[in-house]
Write a protein that binds this ligand. Structure first.
Ligand code: MG
Length: 402
Protein backbone atom coordinates (compact mmCIF):
# COMPACT_ATOMS: atom_id res chain seq x y z
CA UNK A 1 0.00 0.00 0.00
CA UNK A 2 2.78 2.41 0.93
CA UNK A 3 4.52 1.59 -2.30
CA UNK A 4 1.45 2.67 -4.29
CA UNK A 5 1.03 5.86 -2.26
CA UNK A 6 4.62 6.70 -3.08
CA UNK A 7 4.01 6.16 -6.76
CA UNK A 8 0.98 8.44 -6.61
CA UNK A 9 2.77 11.27 -4.85
CA UNK A 10 5.79 11.17 -7.10
CA UNK A 11 3.72 11.00 -10.29
CA UNK A 12 1.84 14.14 -9.27
CA UNK A 13 5.03 15.94 -8.31
CA UNK A 14 6.77 14.97 -11.55
CA UNK A 15 3.90 15.94 -13.80
CA UNK A 16 5.20 17.87 -16.77
CA UNK A 17 3.62 21.32 -16.72
CA UNK A 18 1.72 21.61 -19.99
CA UNK A 19 -1.07 24.02 -20.67
CA UNK A 20 -1.85 25.56 -17.30
CA UNK A 21 -5.44 25.99 -18.37
CA UNK A 22 -5.81 22.22 -18.35
CA UNK A 23 -5.01 21.87 -14.63
CA UNK A 24 -7.91 20.25 -12.75
CA UNK A 25 -9.26 22.63 -10.12
CA UNK A 26 -12.46 20.98 -8.89
CA UNK A 27 -14.53 17.85 -9.24
CA UNK A 28 -18.25 17.58 -8.61
CA UNK A 29 -20.34 14.41 -8.51
CA UNK A 30 -24.10 13.91 -8.43
CA UNK A 31 -26.74 11.63 -9.94
CA UNK A 32 -30.06 11.94 -11.76
CA UNK A 33 -32.94 9.45 -11.62
CA UNK A 34 -34.68 9.91 -14.94
CA UNK A 35 -38.20 8.44 -14.87
CA UNK A 36 -39.29 6.06 -17.63
CA UNK A 37 -42.55 6.54 -19.50
CA UNK A 38 -43.61 3.04 -18.44
CA UNK A 39 -42.34 0.19 -16.30
CA UNK A 40 -40.04 -2.17 -18.21
CA UNK A 41 -38.48 -5.54 -17.49
CA UNK A 42 -35.89 -7.93 -18.85
CA UNK A 43 -34.94 -11.35 -17.48
CA UNK A 44 -33.10 -9.79 -14.54
CA UNK A 45 -34.92 -6.68 -13.35
CA UNK A 46 -37.90 -4.31 -13.50
CA UNK A 47 -37.24 -0.62 -14.10
CA UNK A 48 -39.20 2.57 -13.42
CA UNK A 49 -36.25 4.97 -13.79
CA UNK A 50 -32.75 5.04 -15.25
CA UNK A 51 -30.11 6.48 -12.95
CA UNK A 52 -27.30 8.61 -14.41
CA UNK A 53 -24.30 9.17 -12.09
CA UNK A 54 -22.37 12.26 -13.20
CA UNK A 55 -18.89 13.68 -12.66
CA UNK A 56 -18.03 17.22 -13.70
CA UNK A 57 -14.31 17.99 -13.88
CA UNK A 58 -13.43 21.69 -13.96
CA UNK A 59 -10.12 23.00 -15.25
CA UNK A 60 -8.29 26.30 -14.67
CA UNK A 61 -9.46 27.70 -18.01
CA UNK A 62 -13.08 27.47 -16.85
CA UNK A 63 -14.05 24.45 -18.94
CA UNK A 64 -16.17 21.65 -17.52
CA UNK A 65 -15.82 18.06 -18.73
CA UNK A 66 -18.73 15.76 -17.96
CA UNK A 67 -18.51 12.01 -17.46
CA UNK A 68 -21.57 9.81 -17.07
CA UNK A 69 -22.58 6.27 -16.29
CA UNK A 70 -25.91 4.45 -16.30
CA UNK A 71 -27.19 2.15 -13.53
CA UNK A 72 -30.33 0.66 -12.08
CA UNK A 73 -29.33 1.75 -8.59
CA UNK A 74 -26.19 2.23 -6.50
CA UNK A 75 -25.25 5.59 -8.04
CA UNK A 76 -23.82 6.69 -4.68
CA UNK A 77 -21.29 3.85 -4.82
CA UNK A 78 -19.81 5.20 -8.05
CA UNK A 79 -19.72 8.81 -6.87
CA UNK A 80 -18.09 7.80 -3.55
CA UNK A 81 -15.24 6.10 -5.39
CA UNK A 82 -14.61 9.35 -7.25
CA UNK A 83 -15.10 11.63 -4.23
CA UNK A 84 -13.00 9.67 -1.75
CA UNK A 85 -10.35 7.99 -3.86
CA UNK A 86 -10.04 9.53 -7.33
CA UNK A 87 -10.56 13.25 -6.60
CA UNK A 88 -7.45 13.58 -4.39
CA UNK A 89 -5.39 12.04 -7.19
CA UNK A 90 -6.95 14.30 -9.85
CA UNK A 91 -6.90 17.76 -8.26
CA UNK A 92 -3.90 19.74 -9.52
CA UNK A 93 -3.12 17.22 -12.27
CA UNK A 94 -3.38 17.91 -16.01
CA UNK A 95 -6.61 16.92 -17.74
CA UNK A 96 -4.59 16.44 -20.93
CA UNK A 97 -2.74 13.36 -19.64
CA UNK A 98 -5.58 10.92 -20.23
CA UNK A 99 -3.69 7.65 -20.54
CA UNK A 100 -1.40 8.53 -17.64
CA UNK A 101 -4.37 9.44 -15.47
CA UNK A 102 -6.11 6.18 -16.42
CA UNK A 103 -3.15 4.14 -15.23
CA UNK A 104 -2.68 6.13 -12.02
CA UNK A 105 -6.33 5.72 -11.03
CA UNK A 106 -6.46 2.07 -12.09
CA UNK A 107 -3.49 1.19 -9.89
CA UNK A 108 -4.71 2.95 -6.79
CA UNK A 109 -5.35 0.43 -3.98
CA UNK A 110 -9.05 0.50 -4.95
CA UNK A 111 -7.90 -1.84 -7.72
CA UNK A 112 -7.93 -4.67 -5.21
CA UNK A 113 -11.62 -4.32 -4.47
CA UNK A 114 -12.90 -3.38 -7.90
CA UNK A 115 -10.90 -4.09 -11.02
CA UNK A 116 -14.38 -4.78 -12.47
CA UNK A 117 -17.72 -3.31 -11.46
CA UNK A 118 -18.19 -0.20 -9.31
CA UNK A 119 -14.59 1.01 -9.11
CA UNK A 120 -13.94 0.45 -12.81
CA UNK A 121 -17.20 2.19 -13.76
CA UNK A 122 -16.14 5.20 -11.69
CA UNK A 123 -12.85 5.22 -13.64
CA UNK A 124 -14.93 5.21 -16.82
CA UNK A 125 -16.81 8.33 -15.68
CA UNK A 126 -13.55 10.20 -15.10
CA UNK A 127 -12.09 9.04 -18.43
CA UNK A 128 -15.20 10.15 -20.34
CA UNK A 129 -15.01 13.58 -18.65
CA UNK A 130 -11.36 13.95 -19.68
CA UNK A 131 -12.16 13.04 -23.31
CA UNK A 132 -15.06 15.49 -23.23
CA UNK A 133 -12.60 18.18 -22.10
CA UNK A 134 -10.07 17.18 -24.78
CA UNK A 135 -12.66 17.57 -27.53
CA UNK A 136 -13.87 20.87 -26.08
CA UNK A 137 -10.31 22.17 -25.96
CA UNK A 138 -9.88 21.15 -29.61
CA UNK A 139 -13.17 22.91 -30.40
CA UNK A 140 -14.60 19.86 -32.20
CA UNK A 141 -16.94 16.95 -31.42
CA UNK A 142 -15.29 13.85 -29.96
CA UNK A 143 -15.89 11.70 -33.07
CA UNK A 144 -13.87 14.21 -35.11
CA UNK A 145 -11.08 14.29 -32.53
CA UNK A 146 -10.92 10.47 -32.87
CA UNK A 147 -10.86 10.66 -36.68
CA UNK A 148 -14.30 9.14 -37.15
CA UNK A 149 -16.24 8.97 -40.38
CA UNK A 150 -18.73 11.81 -40.83
CA UNK A 151 -21.63 9.69 -42.10
CA UNK A 152 -24.85 8.96 -40.23
CA UNK A 153 -24.77 5.86 -37.98
CA UNK A 154 -27.51 3.22 -38.21
CA UNK A 155 -29.22 2.31 -34.94
CA UNK A 156 -31.20 -0.73 -33.85
CA UNK A 157 -34.04 -0.36 -31.40
CA UNK A 158 -34.17 -2.20 -28.06
CA UNK A 159 -37.12 -0.27 -26.69
CA UNK A 160 -40.02 -2.41 -27.89
CA UNK A 161 -39.41 -6.02 -26.98
CA UNK A 162 -39.46 -6.01 -23.18
CA UNK A 163 -40.07 -9.21 -21.28
CA UNK A 164 -42.94 -7.86 -19.19
CA UNK A 165 -45.02 -7.16 -22.31
CA UNK A 166 -47.55 -9.73 -23.44
CA UNK A 167 -46.97 -11.47 -26.76
CA UNK A 168 -49.66 -9.25 -28.30
CA UNK A 169 -48.06 -6.06 -26.95
CA UNK A 170 -44.56 -7.05 -28.09
CA UNK A 171 -45.81 -7.68 -31.61
CA UNK A 172 -47.66 -4.33 -31.57
CA UNK A 173 -44.69 -2.33 -30.22
CA UNK A 174 -42.11 -3.84 -32.57
CA UNK A 175 -44.45 -3.24 -35.50
CA UNK A 176 -44.74 0.42 -34.46
CA UNK A 177 -40.94 0.78 -34.36
CA UNK A 178 -40.69 -0.73 -37.85
CA UNK A 179 -43.23 1.85 -39.02
CA UNK A 180 -41.01 4.59 -37.53
CA UNK A 181 -38.10 3.50 -39.73
CA UNK A 182 -36.06 1.03 -37.69
CA UNK A 183 -34.96 -1.98 -39.74
CA UNK A 184 -33.31 -3.84 -36.84
CA UNK A 185 -35.22 -4.75 -33.68
CA UNK A 186 -34.49 -6.70 -30.51
CA UNK A 187 -36.79 -8.89 -28.43
CA UNK A 188 -36.11 -9.94 -24.84
CA UNK A 189 -36.27 -13.62 -23.93
CA UNK A 190 -35.20 -15.60 -20.85
CA UNK A 191 -38.45 -16.67 -19.23
CA UNK A 192 -38.37 -19.59 -16.79
CA UNK A 193 -40.17 -21.76 -19.37
CA UNK A 194 -38.21 -21.56 -22.63
CA UNK A 195 -41.25 -22.76 -24.60
CA UNK A 196 -42.95 -19.42 -23.84
CA UNK A 197 -39.99 -17.64 -25.42
CA UNK A 198 -40.10 -19.93 -28.44
CA UNK A 199 -43.74 -19.06 -28.95
CA UNK A 200 -43.00 -15.34 -28.53
CA UNK A 201 -40.10 -15.32 -30.99
CA UNK A 202 -42.11 -17.17 -33.64
CA UNK A 203 -45.01 -14.72 -33.24
CA UNK A 204 -42.74 -11.68 -33.62
CA UNK A 205 -41.06 -13.01 -36.76
CA UNK A 206 -44.42 -13.92 -38.27
CA UNK A 207 -45.74 -10.39 -37.57
CA UNK A 208 -42.77 -8.33 -38.82
CA UNK A 209 -42.11 -10.49 -41.89
CA UNK A 210 -38.82 -11.88 -43.21
CA UNK A 211 -37.05 -8.66 -44.20
CA UNK A 212 -36.47 -6.92 -40.86
CA UNK A 213 -33.42 -7.91 -38.83
CA UNK A 214 -34.30 -9.46 -35.48
CA UNK A 215 -32.08 -10.08 -32.44
CA UNK A 216 -32.85 -11.59 -29.02
CA UNK A 217 -31.41 -11.15 -25.54
CA UNK A 218 -31.67 -13.57 -22.57
CA UNK A 219 -29.74 -11.32 -20.14
CA UNK A 220 -27.71 -14.32 -18.86
CA UNK A 221 -30.73 -16.03 -17.28
CA UNK A 222 -30.40 -19.43 -18.93
CA UNK A 223 -27.99 -22.27 -18.38
CA UNK A 224 -26.11 -23.83 -21.28
CA UNK A 225 -28.63 -26.63 -21.70
CA UNK A 226 -31.62 -24.29 -22.06
CA UNK A 227 -29.79 -21.89 -24.35
CA UNK A 228 -28.60 -24.79 -26.47
CA UNK A 229 -32.16 -26.13 -26.73
CA UNK A 230 -33.31 -22.77 -28.09
CA UNK A 231 -30.78 -22.63 -30.93
CA UNK A 232 -32.95 -24.36 -33.59
CA UNK A 233 -35.94 -22.16 -32.68
CA UNK A 234 -33.85 -19.01 -33.01
CA UNK A 235 -32.35 -20.21 -36.29
CA UNK A 236 -35.83 -20.86 -37.66
CA UNK A 237 -36.82 -17.30 -36.65
CA UNK A 238 -33.83 -15.94 -38.57
CA UNK A 239 -32.08 -14.36 -35.58
CA UNK A 240 -29.17 -12.07 -36.36
CA UNK A 241 -27.72 -12.55 -32.89
CA UNK A 242 -28.41 -14.24 -29.54
CA UNK A 243 -27.28 -11.92 -26.75
CA UNK A 244 -26.06 -12.94 -23.29
CA UNK A 245 -27.42 -16.48 -23.49
CA UNK A 246 -25.72 -17.60 -20.24
CA UNK A 247 -23.62 -16.22 -17.36
CA UNK A 248 -21.39 -13.44 -18.65
CA UNK A 249 -18.15 -14.95 -17.32
CA UNK A 250 -18.65 -18.41 -18.86
CA UNK A 251 -16.29 -18.32 -21.85
CA UNK A 252 -16.61 -22.03 -22.54
CA UNK A 253 -20.43 -22.04 -22.65
CA UNK A 254 -20.37 -19.11 -25.10
CA UNK A 255 -17.74 -20.90 -27.17
CA UNK A 256 -19.85 -24.09 -27.37
CA UNK A 257 -22.99 -22.13 -28.26
CA UNK A 258 -21.17 -20.14 -30.94
CA UNK A 259 -19.80 -23.35 -32.45
CA UNK A 260 -23.30 -24.84 -32.59
CA UNK A 261 -25.27 -21.75 -33.68
CA UNK A 262 -26.17 -20.76 -37.22
CA UNK A 263 -26.03 -17.09 -36.17
CA UNK A 264 -23.87 -14.85 -34.00
CA UNK A 265 -23.54 -15.01 -30.22
CA UNK A 266 -23.33 -11.50 -28.72
CA UNK A 267 -22.17 -10.21 -25.32
CA UNK A 268 -20.15 -7.49 -23.67
CA UNK A 269 -22.40 -5.36 -21.49
CA UNK A 270 -21.27 -7.39 -18.46
CA UNK A 271 -17.57 -7.51 -19.33
CA UNK A 272 -15.36 -4.83 -17.85
CA UNK A 273 -11.83 -5.13 -19.14
CA UNK A 274 -9.80 -5.45 -22.30
CA UNK A 275 -8.48 -8.75 -21.01
CA UNK A 276 -11.97 -10.21 -20.50
CA UNK A 277 -12.88 -9.37 -24.09
CA UNK A 278 -9.55 -10.66 -25.38
CA UNK A 279 -10.20 -14.05 -23.77
CA UNK A 280 -13.65 -14.36 -25.39
CA UNK A 281 -12.23 -13.30 -28.74
CA UNK A 282 -9.31 -15.74 -28.57
CA UNK A 283 -11.78 -18.56 -27.81
CA UNK A 284 -14.04 -17.61 -30.75
CA UNK A 285 -16.83 -17.42 -28.16
CA UNK A 286 -18.48 -14.24 -29.51
CA UNK A 287 -19.01 -12.74 -32.94
CA UNK A 288 -20.73 -9.49 -31.79
CA UNK A 289 -18.78 -7.43 -29.28
CA UNK A 290 -21.10 -5.22 -27.21
CA UNK A 291 -18.45 -3.19 -25.40
CA UNK A 292 -20.04 -0.44 -23.28
CA UNK A 293 -18.08 2.76 -22.58
CA UNK A 294 -19.69 3.04 -19.13
CA UNK A 295 -18.68 -0.49 -18.05
CA UNK A 296 -15.13 -0.70 -19.37
CA UNK A 297 -12.66 2.02 -18.42
CA UNK A 298 -14.18 4.79 -20.51
CA UNK A 299 -13.28 5.93 -24.01
CA UNK A 300 -9.64 4.90 -23.58
CA UNK A 301 -10.33 1.21 -22.93
CA UNK A 302 -13.36 1.13 -25.26
CA UNK A 303 -11.17 2.09 -28.22
CA UNK A 304 -8.60 -0.55 -27.33
CA UNK A 305 -11.27 -3.30 -27.19
CA UNK A 306 -13.15 -2.17 -30.30
CA UNK A 307 -10.00 -2.07 -32.41
CA UNK A 308 -8.91 -5.49 -31.18
CA UNK A 309 -12.33 -6.96 -31.96
CA UNK A 310 -12.58 -5.37 -35.39
CA UNK A 311 -9.06 -6.52 -36.24
CA UNK A 312 -10.28 -10.06 -35.51
CA UNK A 313 -13.11 -9.67 -38.00
CA UNK A 314 -15.85 -9.27 -35.39
CA UNK A 315 -18.79 -6.87 -35.30
CA UNK A 316 -18.59 -4.13 -32.66
CA UNK A 317 -22.08 -2.99 -31.62
CA UNK A 318 -21.92 -1.15 -28.28
CA UNK A 319 -24.39 -1.71 -25.45
CA UNK A 320 -25.94 1.67 -24.62
CA UNK A 321 -25.45 2.11 -20.87
CA UNK A 322 -24.92 5.75 -21.76
CA UNK A 323 -28.18 5.80 -23.74
CA UNK A 324 -26.00 6.41 -26.81
CA UNK A 325 -24.70 9.90 -25.83
CA UNK A 326 -21.02 8.91 -25.94
CA UNK A 327 -21.28 5.91 -28.24
CA UNK A 328 -22.68 8.10 -31.02
CA UNK A 329 -19.17 9.58 -31.08
CA UNK A 330 -17.26 6.29 -30.79
CA UNK A 331 -18.94 4.33 -33.59
CA UNK A 332 -17.10 4.58 -36.89
CA UNK A 333 -13.77 5.67 -35.38
CA UNK A 334 -11.88 2.48 -36.25
CA UNK A 335 -11.41 0.34 -39.34
CA UNK A 336 -14.02 -2.36 -39.90
CA UNK A 337 -15.55 -4.13 -42.88
CA UNK A 338 -19.03 -3.85 -41.35
CA UNK A 339 -20.94 -0.60 -41.15
CA UNK A 340 -21.18 0.87 -37.65
CA UNK A 341 -24.35 0.10 -35.70
CA UNK A 342 -25.61 1.55 -32.39
CA UNK A 343 -28.15 0.43 -29.84
CA UNK A 344 -30.90 3.03 -29.49
CA UNK A 345 -32.72 3.51 -26.18
CA UNK A 346 -34.25 6.97 -25.72
CA UNK A 347 -34.74 7.03 -21.93
CA UNK A 348 -32.42 9.91 -20.98
CA UNK A 349 -32.65 12.22 -23.98
CA UNK A 350 -34.07 15.05 -21.84
CA UNK A 351 -31.18 14.86 -19.38
CA UNK A 352 -28.65 16.32 -21.81
CA UNK A 353 -28.00 19.79 -23.22
CA UNK A 354 -27.46 18.20 -26.64
CA UNK A 355 -29.94 15.43 -27.39
CA UNK A 356 -28.91 12.80 -29.92
CA UNK A 357 -30.62 13.32 -33.25
CA UNK A 358 -32.21 10.26 -34.92
CA UNK A 359 -33.85 10.31 -38.35
CA UNK A 360 -35.38 7.16 -39.88
CA UNK A 361 -33.32 4.96 -37.57
CA UNK A 362 -30.02 6.74 -38.27
CA UNK A 363 -28.07 8.87 -35.76
CA UNK A 364 -26.72 12.19 -37.01
CA UNK A 365 -23.18 12.96 -35.90
CA UNK A 366 -23.21 15.60 -33.13
CA UNK A 367 -21.75 18.94 -34.17
CA UNK A 368 -21.09 20.58 -30.78
CA UNK A 369 -17.56 20.41 -29.32
CA UNK A 370 -17.11 17.67 -26.71
CA UNK A 371 -18.72 14.29 -25.99
CA UNK A 372 -22.37 15.45 -25.75
CA UNK A 373 -22.41 14.57 -22.05
CA UNK A 374 -23.23 17.99 -20.53
CA UNK A 375 -26.28 17.72 -18.25
CA UNK A 376 -29.20 20.11 -18.88
CA UNK A 377 -29.73 22.42 -15.84
CA UNK A 378 -33.47 21.74 -15.90
CA UNK A 379 -32.83 17.99 -15.73
CA UNK A 380 -30.61 18.43 -12.70
CA UNK A 381 -33.20 20.59 -11.01
CA UNK A 382 -35.93 18.05 -11.65
CA UNK A 383 -34.24 14.67 -11.21
CA UNK A 384 -31.15 15.05 -9.00
CA UNK A 385 -30.98 12.48 -6.21
CA UNK A 386 -30.63 13.84 -2.68
CA UNK A 387 -27.52 12.94 -0.65
CA UNK A 388 -25.51 11.63 -3.61
CA UNK A 389 -22.19 13.24 -4.57
CA UNK A 390 -20.12 16.22 -3.42
CA UNK A 391 -17.72 18.94 -4.59
CA UNK A 392 -13.96 18.44 -4.20
CA UNK A 393 -11.62 21.36 -4.84
CA UNK A 394 -8.22 22.74 -3.93
CA UNK A 395 -4.69 21.51 -4.53
CA UNK A 396 -4.04 17.82 -4.93
CA UNK A 397 -3.16 15.89 -1.81
CA UNK A 398 -2.13 12.42 -0.91
CA UNK A 399 -4.84 9.84 -1.13
CA UNK A 400 -5.52 9.53 2.63
CA UNK A 401 -8.32 6.94 2.63
CA UNK A 402 -6.36 4.72 0.23
MG1 MG B 1 -28.50 -6.92 -23.35
Amino acid sequence: MEHTQGLLSSSLADLTPGDEGAVITSIETYALAVPLAKTLADATTRLTAWTVPVVEIRTADGRVGTGISGVHNGAELLTQVIDRYYAPALLGASAEDIAGTWKRLYWLPTHWIGRAGVVHMALSMVDIALWDLAAQRAGIPLWRLLGGTAGDIETYNTDGGWLNLSKTDVVRDLGALADQGWRRLKVKIGKPDWREDADRVRAVRHAIGPDLTLMCDANQRWDFSTANRMLPVLAEAGMDWFEEPVHADDVIAHQRLQAAAAFDIAAGESLYTYHAFANFIAADALRVIQVDVTRVGGVTEWLQIARHAAANGLRVVPHAGDMMQVHQHLAGTFLSETEPLLEFIPWTQDAFVHRSVIRDGYAKRPQEPGASTAIAPAAREQWQLKDVGRVSSGAGRRCGPC
